[in-house]
Structures are given as structure tokens and as C-alpha cells.
Design a binder for this molecule. Structure first.
Ligand code: AMP
Ligand code: MG
Length: 472
């Protein structure tokens, strides 16, 4: 029986790109969650997945047959500051599988012990961030956003020490790859042409087989990032830490830390406690994604024969971000409103709605979830303003706008205060609220019923979460 059908390619790359090492075993692993659908896509044996042997693998207590465990090296600009060496400090790549859909994916443990890249960290994760990432990544997937996914979560039976003593946990994360802008940066900054060339070839073969040149790769990443961030914007999602190590070259949302979906809308909203300057505020995300692409461009220059020509060409390519983003953003919001066209007039309609939402502090999700129903006007303080806006909307939307909108506007997102409540319950040993919220947010477009209604309600002033913590 092939438990996990590993087929590893990153481990074949030059040895300086990673460190081969096994996860550190934990005391008393227990299941928190298993994602059976994802396991099936990955070709993981269903019976094995429920076994104690699988639990040992996903806790890092037993080697998985066919795995080549390793920690990847990378670097990063963190909040704009260059950090020449980072790497998987609390994660181990078990290996890759080619799924039943033909896609190659990484299977990685997060929270699996110290590595040579751990610096002063303990290599562990506590339960809170594991549950947050599980919920938010699976919600993002359900809403059609490219994202890493959660395959399993286990508790470790060990404590980790953060601001308090907290229960430890390990997330098994699945990604199209864990190649980051920072993965290119580290080899470029070291002048390691062997590694940089191997990484380029690996990335192209894996993610962008049509790309022939570094500029082709850059263009593909620019486009993928522009489309990704447009989707975040359409859901009121704030990543929180868009450092270059948290920017996937495959264009997936990766490294969920202090992320959040906005409740009441404001473009300057920030959640992360460590983002004191608001660098990664909601409205700054497209600009930051373009900036991250520029860092990728810089890292690709050593692969080019003529530095000046490369700079000219890459600058043009990075500058196409704005057009890709604008088109993607307009399409996302026009779909959310069921509009017929994507003209400047449509763009103005969208902008005016968002201004009204910001002025009145309207709930981002519930505005779009209720548009077209009698409940929509209740989301706005300026009822006359909304009525006037609605008259313009009626003229620009399609006849079947409601069905388009129902597929684009989630009724339920994992709200911050609900995630916090889930974590609080889980710390006391009650995983019921976690599983309830997971089942609801993975059906984001289903109509509200009495089982789901309560989870769609925005937080009260007492419940509102104003800050999220990396909590690593
Ligand atoms: P992040 O901001 O979560 O992407 O993490 C930035 C870097 O810090 C990465 O290289 C992580 O591997 C590392 N890191 C974060 N938390 C820990 C931890 N508890 N132990 C070791 N390394 C960590
Ligand atoms: Mg990271």
C-alpha cells in the first residue's frame, strides 16, 4: 500500500538550497482534523489516512515511506528590510505528490521542530495559528482563491511558550510549491548562479511550463500576483505580512499569520499587531505585491547576459502589474455586482459603493451578501445615498445578476471574532466550535439557515477583534 505516493523533485536540486532533516518527534500526538477530500485528490490511501501510522507521520513521529524531509533556505525583505537569511525555521517539507488531477504539490509539516534556520525560535507552533490557518486557507479555497491548503492538524501533547504556556500543534500544509520570492532572493544575493539557475528551471517546469526566459517567468508571476491580490480585495481579505518570503511564485496565498477578513470596511484597515506603520493595510496590498515582484525581478538579473538591458526589460514587465491588477480588480467587483460590462462607468459605480461603505462603516461581506434584497439598505447609514446608487446599479447590471452574485459573494466568511472563539474553546479542549465553523465556511455560498445564521453576524463592539498576532 502506498500511503502517500511521494515523487520528490526539489530534493534533487543543488544541496545548498536546503537542509535534509527529519521532523522532531512530539510527546503525545492526537488528531485535530483531517481533510479527506484533499487527501483523495493527493492520491493518499483513505484507510491509511485514518490510521495511527498516519497520525505518527503528520506529527513528525515516524518517517513517511518515500519522503525526503528537508527545510528550504530562503531570504526576505521583512517590512521592507532586507534579511539575508531565513528559511523553514519551523517547517519541514516531507515531499511532493502528483495528485489525481495531475498537479504536483508539496506536503509540508508546520510546527515540526527546530531546523538550521530557526534562529532563536523553538520550531513549534501553538494551537491558535494552526486552527486559524486551517480555517482561513480552507475558506479561501472554497471561495476560489488560489491558496495553500490544510491536509491535517494534530495536537502534540507538548506545551509551547509564547506570551503564555500554550498547547502545541502541527499543521500539514499542501501547496503547489513553497517557492517564494525570497527563495530567488537568497541565491541571487549570494551570487550562487548554480542554485539560481536550478531554481529558475525547476520553477518554470513546475508552474509556468510556457515560460522560456526569466522575463517570461517574471511576467507570469506578475500576472498571477495581480490576479491573486484582486481576489483578496474582493473578499475584504488582509494578508497581514506580505514580506517577500510570504509571496509565493506560484501565485497562491501562503503563510497565513495575522491575517483577517474585514468586518466593517475601510481601505486603511490593518490587523497585524506587528504592522505598526500600516505597510500591509488592505488598500496597500496591490502596491506591495508589485513591489515584491520588483524584488523577484532584481533576483533574476544575474541570469541575464546584459544587466542594463535586463533592468530595462524587467522594469517594463513589473510595470504591467498595474494593468493586470486593474483588469482583474474590475472583473472581480463587476462580478460581485452582476454588472454587464467592465467600463469606466462600472468602475465608478464600484468606487462610489466602496466610498459609501467606508463612510458608514458597512460590513464588507454582508453588503455584497444582501445586495439585491430588501436588507441591503440596512447596511448603510446614508439610506438616500444608497437608494441613488441603487438606481444607477439597476441600469448597469445583467438580467441574471442575482445568480452571478450568488456565486461571487460569500454569505459567510471566517470572521475574526469567531476564529478567536474557536481558539479559546479549543485551548480548553473543545474542538466542537472549530469543526462547526469549518463546515460552515467551506460552504460559503449556501443560503443562510438557522444552523448558519449566527456565524454571519458581524461582531458586537465587545466582540470585535482589532488586532491579530503572528503568534508564531
Ligand atoms: P513568518 O513571518 O511567519 O513567515 O516567519 C518568518 C521566519 O521566521 C520564517 O523563516 C520562519 O520559519 C521563522 N519562524 C517563525 N516562527 C518560528 C518559530 N517558532 N521557530 C522557528 N522559526 C520561526
Ligand atoms: Mg513566512
Amino acid at each position: 500500500m502506498t500511503a502517500i505516493p511521494f515523487d520528490n523533485t526539489f530534493a534533487q536540486l543543488p544541496a545548498q538550497m536546503f537542509t535534509t532533516l527529519a521532523p522532531t518527534p512530539v510527546k503525545a500526538p492526537a488528531w485535530i482534523a483531517r481533510n479527506d477530500d484533499l487527501a483523495a485528490t493527493l492520491g493518499i490511501d483513505a484507510e491509511w489516512f485514518g490510521s495511527d501510522e498516519a497520525l505518527a507521520v503528520f506529527a513528525g513521529n515516524a518517517p513517511a515511506a518515500g519522503s525526503h524531509p528537508l527545510a528550504q533556505l530562503y531570504a526576505a525583505h521583512q517590512f521592507g528590510h532586507w534579511n539575508p537569511q531565513l528559511g523553514d525555521g519551523r517547517a519541514i517539507l516531507l515531499g511532493e505528490v502528483v495528485g489525481t488531477d495531475g498537479l504536483r504539490r508539496d506536503i509540508q509539516l508546520k510546527g515540526s521542530g527546530r531546523t538550521p534556520y530557526s534562529r532563536s525560535g523553538d520550531g513549534r507552533s501553538w494551537l491558535g495559528p494552526v486552527l486559524r490557518e486551517y480555517l482561513v486557507s480552507e475558506a479561501m479555497h472554497a471561495m476560489g482563491v488560489p491558496t495553500t491548503r490544510a491536509l491535517a492538524a494534530v495536537s502534540t501533547g507538548e506545551d509551547v511558550y509564547r506570551e503564555a504556556r500554550l498547547p502545541g500543534a502541527i499543521l500539514t500544509r499542501v501547496a503547489q510549491s513553497h517557492i517564494r520570492v525570497g527563495t530567488f532572493q537568497v541565491h541571487a544575493s549570494r551570487g550562487d548562479i548554480e542554485a539560481l539557475t536550478a531554481l529558475f528551471e525547476h520553477t518554470v517546469a513546475r508552474h509556468y511550463p510556457d515560460a522560456k526566459t526569466p522575463n517570461d517567468l517574471l511576467h507570469a508571476v506578475v500576472q498571477a500576483q495581480a490576479e491573486l491580490v484582486a481576489k483578496w480585495m474582493g473578499l475584504g481579505f488582509i494578508h497581514g505580512v506580505m514580506n517577500t518570503d510570504n509571496c509565493s511564485v506560484a501565485g497562491e496565498t501562503i503563510d497565513y499569520g495575522p491575517c483577517a477578513f474585514m468586518d466593517n470596511y475601510h481601505p486603511a484597515k490593518v490587523f497585524s499587531s506587528i504592522d505598526q506603520m500600516g505597510r500591509y493595510a488592505y488598500g496597500n496590498q496591490p502596491g506591495i505585491a508589485a513591489w515584491n515582484c520588483a524584488q523577484l525581478a532584481t533576483s533574476l538579473i544575474p541570469l541575464m547576459p546584459d544587466r542594463d538591458a535586463a533592468i530595462t526589460q524587467f522594469t517594463e514587465t513589473v510595470n504591467t502589474f498595474a494593468d493586470h491588477y486593474e483588469a482583474a480588480y474590475l472583473d472581480v467587483f463587476a462580478t460581485k455586482l452582476g454588472l454587464a460590462d467592465r467600463t469606466a462607468q462600472d468602475r465608478a459605480l464600484i468606487d462610489n459603493l466602496l466610498v459609501m461603505m467606508a463612510d458608514g462603516g458597512a460590513d464588507f461581506t454582508n453588503v455584497f451578501a444582501t445586495l439585491g434584497t430588501d436588507a441591503a439598505v440596512d447596511q448603510f447609514t446614508d439610506r438616500d445615498g444608497f437608494a441613488a446608487w441603487q438606481a444607477r446599479w439597476v441600469a448597469l447590471r445583467t438580467d441574471d445578476h442575482l445568480s452571478t452574485m450568488a456565486r461571487a459573494n460569500p454569505q459567510i466568511i471566517p470572521r475574526n471574532h469567531q476564529i478567536e472563539a474557536v481558539i479559546t474553546a479549543a485551548v480548553t479542549g473543545d474542538l466542537g466550535p472549530f469543526h462547526k465553523l469549518l463546515s460552515v465556511i467551506t460552504q460559503p455560498y449556501a443560503p443562510l439557515d438557522e444552523n448558519r445564521e449566527a456565524l454571519a453576524i458581524p461582531p458586537t463592539d465587545q466582540e470585535v477583534v482589532t488586532q491579530t498576532f503572528c503568534g508564531t
